[in-house]
Design a protein around this ligand. Sequence first.
Ligand code: NOJ
Length: 556
Amino acid sequence: MSCEPTQKKDQPVNTTWWKEAIVYQIYPRSFKDSDGDGVGDLKGIISKMDYIKSLGITAVWLNPIYESPNDDNGYDVSDYRAILKEFGTMEDFDAMLKGFHERGIKVVMDVVVNHSSDEHEWFKQSRSSRDNKYRDYYHWWPAEKGKPPYRHSLFDVNGDAWMYDSTTNAYYLHYFSRKQPDLNWENPAVRQEVYDIMKFWADKGVDGFRLDAFQFASKDITYPEYPGLSPTNFIEFYAMGPYLHDYLKEMNQAVFSKYDVMSVAEGAGKTYQDAHDLVDADRNELNMAYAFDGVDIPKPEGYSLLKFKEVFSEWDSAFAEKGWLSIFLANHDQARMVSRYANDSAEYRAYSAKMLSTFILTMRGTPYVYYGDELGMSNPGFTDISQYKDIAALNEYQRIKNTGGDLDNFMKALQFGSRDNGRTPMQWNGEGKAGFTTGDPWIELNPNYAEVNVEQEQNDPQSVLNYFRELTDLRKSNPVLVYGKYTLLDPANETVYAYTREWEGELWTVMLNFSDSEGRVDSDIDWSNQNLVLGNYESPRTDGTLRPYEAVIVKR
Ligand code: NOJ
């Protein structure tokens, strides 16, 4: 037996642009409206490209901008090669892409191909007759075989993923809404269509793809009886089907390998092994894992920081030698990070927002920042169902109502966790409609836009916005924050999250107080030789003591 260590000490890291990227996620519907219809659009984004550049981010991920009936705000695509009319035209897209590239910013597109819209031409054809050429583009169950085995739908008002269609006396499968029929990935023609679509965008020069809900693309189409009705079982039972890796390898071969593009899929399976199988470089599938464990932690009744530290530390350690992670606390499917993980009260909102951004931008893995979080935008506190627009919220409300469930409780759950919390319009200034639109916004603004907005924060050196810019600067000029080894300090501390990053002789320590009390890092660090790098309070101390929601970065 050899005594040689399997891992060489100073093994070179494969450096690459997407590991060093700072991704800014834009929900186009809510970012900036240029024509007064209350819906954000591409010209709106174009008008804000200098602002986006000023954030110091290096890549933009756009939620879907394709033609869509908008049952699920664009995650139901009816034409993958056309721009949603409300958002503009292909000329606008080309101008936007050029504008971002001129500013050194990459553009990542959302690819929604577990399902299409029921208004896509493929589905129109598919449902028209059993022998149509497109029939096998989707999953059909002939009704003469009886009712298909139950499958749970995430957005259906009855929770049933099979929808009966009388035209051909058959059921079609939809894991999401009934207007989002699942594409049949077993059909090679479907896969070829998808690769052609991706090449269409890659040929235009886009720099990456985020694959929506892709874990669901491969399914057991013998449809064994489903063992339970809880949504958790649903994920375990459906996700990561038998051919998923084959599809990704094929996609890699057909698309990713031919362009300098980054690739990430939503979800990372059930285990670290699943995640590695999706992203390890030698497998030629995807570039980086995007795991949900971190965003699943906060609950309306609170959460344990110990759990939070454990989740992020374990993921880091599982990926310490191989693979690459995404780091995020928010996206368009989550409520605002400051309201979920920290404190959105007037007293602590800004400290909290800076502290959470410090976390995102000092962890190993590619950071994803959600629009508005650079300002510390928070949940709007909607109280009435009419204020919600999200199909997930509205259909679940209806389902609970139909079944005589507890609507008061559900309204509380929505106020804390609804996706609409994270979709209120970007707050550009304190006037009118926050500078988002001259019309009526498609969803209400957070009433705090008078204080929390770009214009206000731009001129305040202490603002969340200007602190965020310092953080992006720091990350871009210090590879220790990108590639450095991560070590958790003081693991049993229930209120403070502290860790070191080490790289080529540098040793940085990040200390984050997640509570409204004073905190301290209990570790054998020699506090006497630490130099302040950045902090979210005035006059930060470098001795391991922290004020409420304080973030301090020091280096030796
Ligand atoms: C995940 C997306 O992030 C979410 O917004 C969408 O509703 C579902 N996939 C269905 O496409």
